[in-house]
Design a binder for this molecule. Structure first.
Ligand SMILES: Nc1nc2c(c(=O)[nH]1)N[C@H]1C(S)=C(S)[C@@H](COP(=O)(O)O)O[C@H]1N2
Ligand SMILES: [Mo]
Length: 253
């Protein structure tokens, strides 16, 4: 069997597994373990088809959605965030720490001075909608090179300012990516959208764009980027707010 056939075969088996998934099975630990195995398989399969450095498709200005949807938190009410917003984010700092040689703390103005990239891309949300927007921001790779990742660092955790689930102590939004996505050329910390300062509903003052991943990986309201060896100790240990509630950690597109 050649590679392509093998991938197609594996894909249809996974599809059947997914179709039979239901909430009851979701609660079944053995089934969840199997899904995680399938997730690792789909991650490897996808990376055979599209190499890890491949760029997400970029669009032309004419393709930009006139009304880009906003989703999840759109107006955080966390006191710390409200205070920063009231001050025009002049007291906001992006912290990059954890397993780095030199922790960084950067103002928005300082970030604007770092090597930047603009890209017009399509945002795909698992809820079944897509919008095209233009994003401008600091490329993540040069910032990570400045901070100097320690050899043990394997993932970046994005800590956000918003509480999406107020019913729990662990209701703050957070996300994580691996170093392949972290150093991808289209991975940026966006401070502008469609040539305007990033609006609050889309994550002001700073949000992640990680274009080879589904919408929920694109952390908005980023406060801190922590380099870690693993994320088992953070919140419920699955690497993200939605991952802690059953979504797959790898959401590659
Ligand atoms: N901090 C934070 N980031 C977040 C979310 C959120 O609720 N809080 N929602 C996620 C989801 S599911 C999607 S689809 C996108 C939505 O981004 P948008 O509001 O700019 O469309 O942000 C993602 N990042
Ligand atoms: Mo989403």
């Amino acid at each position: 069997m050649n590679r392509r056939h093998w991938i197609r075969g594996a894909g249809s088996v996974l599809g059947a597994v997914m179709l039979s998934a239901c909430d009851r099975l979701n609660a079944n630990a053995q089934f969840m373990r199997m899904l995680r195995g399938a997730e690792a398989l789909s991650m490897r399969a996808q990376r055979l088809i599209a190499p890890r450095g491949a760029l997400a498709r970029e669009f032309s200005p004419a393709d930009i959605s006139p009304d880009f949807r906003a989703n999840g938190s759109i107006d955080p009410q966390d006191v710390e965030y409200l205070t920063l917003k009231a001050g025009g984010f002049s007291d906001w700092r992006l912290v990059i720490d954890g397993l780095v040689e030199t922790p960084l703390s950067l103002t928005l103005d300082e970030l604007r001075g770092w090597p930047a990239r603009s890209q017009i891309t399509r945002h795909d949300c698992v809820e079944g909608w897509s919008s095209i927007g233009k994003w401008t921001g600091a490329r993540l790779a040069p910032l990570l090179e400045k901070a100097g990742l320690k050899p043990e660092a394997k993932f970046l955790v994005f800590h956000c300012a918003d509480t999406l689930d107020p019913s729990l102590a662990q209701g703050r939004y957070y996300e994580s990516i691996d170093l392949i996505d972290a150093f991808h050329p289209q991975t940026i910390l966006a401070y502008a959208m469609n040539d305007q300062p990033l609006p609050v509903k889309h994550g002001a003052p700073l949000r992640l764009r990680v274009e080879r991943q589904l919408g929920y990986k694109h952390a908005k309201y980023v406060m801190r980027i922590e380099a870690v060896a693993d994320f088992a100790h953070i919140a419920r240990g699955r690497g993200g707010f939605w991952e802690d509630r059953g979504y797959e950690w790898y959401a590659g597109i």
